[in-house]
Design a protein around this ligand. Structure first.
Ligand code: 3HC
Ligand code: NAI
Length: 689
C-alpha cells in the first residue's frame, strides 16, 4: 500500500484515507493515491459503500498550484479521476474536516454524499489565483445552490462554514466534531440499508431551470460588480462558465466550456501574477539566516508610545487578539483623544454589526492609558510611534533603555529614519528593531520588519511571530531611508509632480494609474491622505507644499489638487492649476502633452529601478518581497503581481531603454541601476533571482 493512502474495511464500508502533508493538495501523486484507494475499495467485495477522507489538518486543499506551471496535468487528470468516482459501482461519501477548497470541494461534489464536521470550511477560492474552478465546480455548485448564490460564492472565493454549507445543501449532514469517520461510516451503513443509491449532482437541473431563458440575472450581476471586478479576468470567466451551466445543451457541453475557460485563464498574465502572489506571500516570513528553530520571546503585554494616527491603530492590533496594551502619551488631552479614537473605531464596527457592545468593552478594558514612559517597565514589547524626528526618537529610546526590563523588545515605527542610529541610543541595540505599520495600522495588512545591523536573531524571530499573531504579512527589510515600500514608492510620488509641472493634466495622470489597476491615482491619493502629511515638512518648495501653504489640505480641508462638492465629487481645482502653472513658469519647465504609455513609464519604471537598487543593496531579501510590500502596503494591483513581477512581463530591456531616454532628457536620477542593466543584458528576469 502506498504511504499516501490507507484502506480499511469497517462493517461493509471501505474507508480510503489520503495522507499527503501538509494540506493534501491534489497534485499528481495525490490523484494517483486517490485512484489507487478507490480502486481497492471498488475491488473489495466486502465493501458496499466507500468513505473518502483525509489525514492531517485538512481535507484536500485543492489542486497543487505548483503543477499549473508544469504545462499540463499528469495522469490521472482531475476529471478522469472525479468522473471515475461519480460513475463508480459503489456510493461514495466525502468526509470533510479542515478546509475543502477548490479541487478538494470539486472532488466532494463528484461524491454521492457529503458530511463535514462543524469546524470545516468549504469553498472555491480559485478566483484568488486568477482562474476558475476547472474540475466541475462552476457546473455543479449552481445545480445545488442556484445561480445567484453560486455566482456570489465562486466570484468571491470566500469559504463557507460547514453550517452554511449545510443550509445551502452543499453538505448533506454535519458530523460530531472529532467523530467524523465514525459518523460517515454509520451514515454509509444507512445508505447501504436503503439500497445504496448513487445520486449524482450532474443530474440535477431544477435550480438551473429556474433561470433558463433569463439572462437578466447575469447582466445584473456583472453590472453590480463591475467596479470590484475591474482588471481581473477570472470573475468574467466564472460568470461565463455558470452561464454555460444554464444554457449548454447538457452537462458535458457545459463542462467542456468550463475547461476551455479554465485553460484560457490559467495561461493569462493576470493568473500568473496572482499565483506568484500566492507563493510570494508565504515566502516573506522565511529569512535565510534565521533557522525555524530560532527561539522567540513571549509577548504578553505591549507598550505603545504615542496615541496619534499610528499609535492608536497599532494598539488595536493587540487589543484585537486579547493582549493588554499600555498606551503612553505626553499630555492627558492627547491621551484622551487617542483612547477616544480607538473607542470610536470599535463602536463603528459594532454599529455595522461586526462586533458586539460587550466585545467593545472587553477590548477597551485591555488599555492602560499612561503619561510618562515609566509605565513601560514591565512590558515585553514597546512600539514607539512618536513624531518622525530623530531628536525625539533618540530621547525616547535613551529613556526606554533605563526603564524597560531586560529582555523587552524595543521597536520603532519610524517611516524613514536610521534605525541603527536609534538603536545606538541604547545599551542594548540587539533588542531594537523596526516594526513599520502602514496607515490605517489596524487595517493595512503589511508589517515591515526592519532589521538593524545589531538586531538579535531571537528579536527578529519574535517580530515575525508578532506579525503572525496579529494577522499581518511580514516583510523583512534592511536599514535605509524609507526601507522597502516607502523607498520604492518615493520616485512615483515625485514623478507625478514632475509630470504635472511638464504639462500632463493631473486627471490624465490619475486615470492612467487607475487604468493600470490602482484604486486611485497619485493626486487623488494625496487629496485623500491629506497634503499636510507629506507637504508640511517638505524641505523644498513643491506644488504640494504650496497647496499646504494656501491651506488646501485635500478632502479634509478646502480641497487639494481637486475641489470637492457636497457629494465629494471631484473636479480639477483651478487653484491647483494656478500653483502648477506658476511653478512651471518660475522654473522654466517646457510644456507639452503626454501619451498614456509615457505617463505610465515615467511613474512606474522608476519604482522598478528603485526596487532593483533595494535588491542590489540587500535591503530586501528577494524580489518577491518587494512585490508583496507594495501590494500589501500600497495596494499595488494584485493582478499585476507587484512591480518586480510586472517588470518581468514588460521586459527588462524595454524598461532599461526607457530609463536611459528619461536620463538623457531629465537627468541622472533616472539612470538604470547596475542590477537592472545586468539582468537586461543577460536576458534574465527578476524572477530568475
Ligand atoms: N497547492 C500547493 N501548495 C499549497 C497549496 C496548494 N493548493 N495550499 C497550500 N500549499 C502549501 C503552502 O504553499 C505552504 O507551503 P510551505 O509550507 O512550503 O510554505 C503549505 O502548503 C502550508 O500552507 P499555508 O501556510 O497556507 O497553511 P495554512 O494552514 O495557513 O492554510 C490552507 C491552509 C487554508 C489550505 C491554505 O494553504 C490555502 O488557502 N491554500 C490554497 C487553497 C487553494 O487556493 N485551493 C485552490 C487551488 S486551485 C484548484 O483547486 C483548481 C481546481 O479547480 C482545478
Ligand atoms: P502623530 O503626530 O499622529 O502622533 C504622534 C503622537 O506621539 C502625538 O500624539 C504626540 O503627542 C505623541 N508623542 C510625541 N512625543 C512623545 C513622547 N516623547 N512620549 C509620548 N508621546 C509622544 O504621528 P503619526 O502619524 O502617528 O506618526 C508616528 C510615527 O509613525 C512616525 O514615526 C511616523 O513616521 C510613523 N508612521 C506614520 C504613518 C502615517 O501614515 N501617519 C505611516 C507609518 C509610520
Amino acid at each position: 500500500m502506498s504511504e499516501l493512502f490507507q484502506y480499511a474495511l469497517v462493517d461493509h464500508v471501505g474507508v480510503v484515507t489520503i495522507n499527503v502533508p501538509p494540506v493534501n493538495a491534489l497534485g499528481a501523486a495525490t490523484r494517483q493515491a486517490v485512484m489507487a484507494g478507490m480502486t481497492q475499495a471498488w475491488a473489495d467485495d466486502g465493501a458496499k459503500a466507500v468513505v473518502i477522507t483525509c489525514a492531517g489538518r485538512t481535507f484536500f486543499a485543492g489542486a497543487d498550484i505548483a503543477e499549473f506551471d508544469t504545462g499540463g496535468f499528469a495522469d490521472p487528470d482531475f476529471l478522469t479521476l472525479f468522473n471515475a468516482i461519480e460513475n463508480g459501482p459503489k456510493p461514495v461519501i466525502a468526509a470533510i474536516h479542515g478546509t475543502a477548497l477548490g479541487g478538494g470541494l470539486e472532488l466532494a461534489l463528484h461524491c454521492h454524499y457529503r458530511i463535514a464536521v462543524p469546524s470545516a470550511k468549504l469553498g472555491l477560492p480559485e478566483v484568488h489565483l486568477g482562474i476558475l474552478p476547472g474540475a466541475g465546480g462552476t457546473q455543479r455548485l449552481p445545480r445545488i445552490v442556484g445561480v445567484s448564490a453560486a455566482l456570489d460564492i465562486i466570484t468571491s472565493g470566500k469559504p463557507l462554514k460547514a453550517g452554511q454549507a449545510l443550509d445551502l445543501g452543499i453538505v448533506d449532514r454535519l458530523a460530531t466534531e472529532g467523530a467524523l469517520v465514525e459518523d460517515a461510516i454509520n451514515w454509509a451503513k444507512e445508505i447501504i440499508a436503503a439500497g445504496a443509491a448513487r445520486p449524482r449532482v450532474r443530474d440535477r437541473d431544477d435550480k438551473l431551470a429556474e433561470v433558463r431563458g433569463n439572462s437578466a440575472v447575469f447582466d445584473e450581476f456583472r453590472q453590480k460588480n463591475a467596479r470590484a471586478f475591474k482588471g481581473f479576468k477570472a470573475p468574467e470567466g466564472i460568470v461565463k462558465a455558470i452561464e454555460a451551466a444554464v444554457n449548454a445543451a447538457d452537462y458535458d457541453a457545459g463542462a467542456k466550456r468550463e475547461q476551455q475557460l479554465f485553460l484560457e485563464l490559467l495561461n493569462s498574465t493576470e493568473s500568473k501574477a496572482q499565483r506568484h502572489v500566492f507563493f510570494s506571500d508565504r515566502l516573506t516570513a522565511k529569512v535565510p539566516d534565521l533557522p525555524s528553530s530560532t527561539p522567540s520571546r513571549d509577548v504578553k503585554r505591549v507598550g505603545v508610545i504615542g496615541a496619534g494616527t499610528m499609535g492608536g491603530g497599532i494598539a488595536m492590533n493587540f487589543l484585537n487578539i486579547g493582549v493588554p496594551v499600555t498606551l503612553v502619551e505626553l499630555k492627558q488631552e492627547a491621551l484622551d483623544r487617542g483612547v477616544g479614537v480607538i473607542r470610536a473605531n470599535y463602536e463603528n464596527t459594532a454599529k455595522k454589526g461586526r462586533m458586539t457592545a460587550e466585545q467593545v468593552e472587553q477590548r477597551m478594558a485591555l488599555i492602560t492609558p499612561a503619561l510618562g514612559l515609566e509605565a513601560l517597565a514591565e512590558v515585553d514589547l514597546v512600539i514607539e510611534a512618536v513624531f518622525e524626528s530623530m531628536a525625539v526618537k533618540r530621547d525616547v529610546f535613551g529613556k526606554l533603555d533605563a526603564i524597560c526590563k531586560p529582555g523587552a523588545v524595543l521597536a520603532s515605527n519610524t517611516s524613514f529614519l536610521d534605525l541603527n542610529e536609534i538603536a545606538a541610543c541604547t545599551q542594548r541595540p540587539e533588542e531594537v528593531i523596526g516594526l513599520h505599520f502602514f496607515s490605517p495600522a489596524n487595517v493595512m495588512p503589511l508589517l515591515e520588519i526592519v532589521r538593524g545591523a545589531k538586531t538579535g536573531k531571537d528579536v527578529l524571530a519574535t517580530a515575525l511571530a508578532v506579525a503572525k499573531a496579529i494577522g499581518k504579512t511580514p516583510v523583512v527589510a534592511g536599514v535605509c531611508h524609507g526601507f522597502i515600500a516607502n523607498r520604492a514608492m518615493e520616485p512615483y510620488m515625485m514623478e507625478a509632480e514632475e509630470l504635472a509641472l511638464e504639462g500632463a493634466p493631473i486627471e490624465q495622470v490619475d486615470r492612467v494609474i487607475r487604468d493600470y489597476g490602482f484604486a486611485m491615482g497619485p493626486f487623488q491619493m494625496l487629496d485623500l491622505v491629506g497634503l499636510d502629511v507629506l507637504g508640511r515638512d517638505s524641505d523644498r518648495k513643491t506644488v504640494m507644499s504650496e497647496l499646504v501653504r494656501l491651506d488646501r489640505l485635500g478632502q479634509k480641508k478646502n480641497g487639494g489638487y481637486y475641489d470637492y462638492d457636497a457629494q465629494r465629487k471631484a473636479t480639477v481645482a483651478p487653484a491647483a492649476l494656478q500653483v502648477i502653472a506658476d511653478m512651471a513658469a518660475e522654473r522654466g519647465v517646457a510644456q507639452r502633452s503626454f501619451s498614456d504609455e509615457e505617463i505610465l513609464g515615467r511613474l512606474l519604471y522608476p519604482v522598478v529601478n528603485e526596487g532593483a537598487k533595494i535588491l542590489d543593496e540587500k535591503i530586501a531579501i528577494r524580489p518577491s518581497d518587494i512585490d508583496i510590500a507594495l501590494i500589501k502596503g500600497y495596494n499595488w494591483p494584485v493582478y499585476r503581481g507587484g512591480p518586480m513581477f510586472w517588470a518581468d512581463t514588460v521586459g527588462l530591456p524595454k524598461i532599461v531603454a526607457a530609463l536611459r531616454q528619461f536620463e538623457a532628457a531629465y537627468g541622472a536620477r533616472y539612470a538604470p541601476s547596475a542590477l537592472l542593466v545586468k539582468l537586461a543584458d543577460d536576458g534574465k528576469t527578476f524572477g530568475s533571482l
